[in-house]
Design a protein. Structure first.
Length: 120
């Protein structure tokens, strides 16, 4: 199973991701903002990153951009999970390196399908 960084400033979303992904056998590392996730990523190699866009201290766009500069994360899949629906935001996320997009509200089945499609 996969090692996954999950980043969201909402405790409820972090808890959902942890419960759903761990019940599927994954190991999940939870963070409340991009800065904390980036600090962790610098010393750990994971299989997937799932990040919210809008967070304090460092949002998802900045996190994706910073991760793509790290050798270990140049090709790692990164999914954005957000309430944002604007096409230009999706395109910007893709341009800076996001692999995919999960719209909130998310349920366990959609989350698992997105992870399975992304990492196999």
């Amino acid at each position: 199973m996969a090692n996954i960084i999950a980043v969201d400033d909402s405790v409820a979303i972090r808890t959902l991701m942890q419960v759903v992904l761990e019940s599927a056998g994954h190991t999940v590392f939870l963070f409340e903002n991009g800065r904390l996730a980036l600090d962790f990523a610098r010393g750990h190699n994971v299989d997937l990153v799932i990040t919210d866009l809008n967070m304090p201290e460092m949002g998802g766009m900045s996190l994706v951009s910073h991760l793509r500069r790290l050798d270990e994360y140049k090709t790692k899949p990164i999914l954005v999970i957000t309430t944002e629906t604007a096409d230009y935001k999706k395109q910007k996320a893709k341009t800076i390196g996001a692999t995919g997009w999960i719209a909130k509200p998310v349920d366990k089945d959609r989350l698992l399908r997105a992870v399975e499609r992304t990492i196999g």
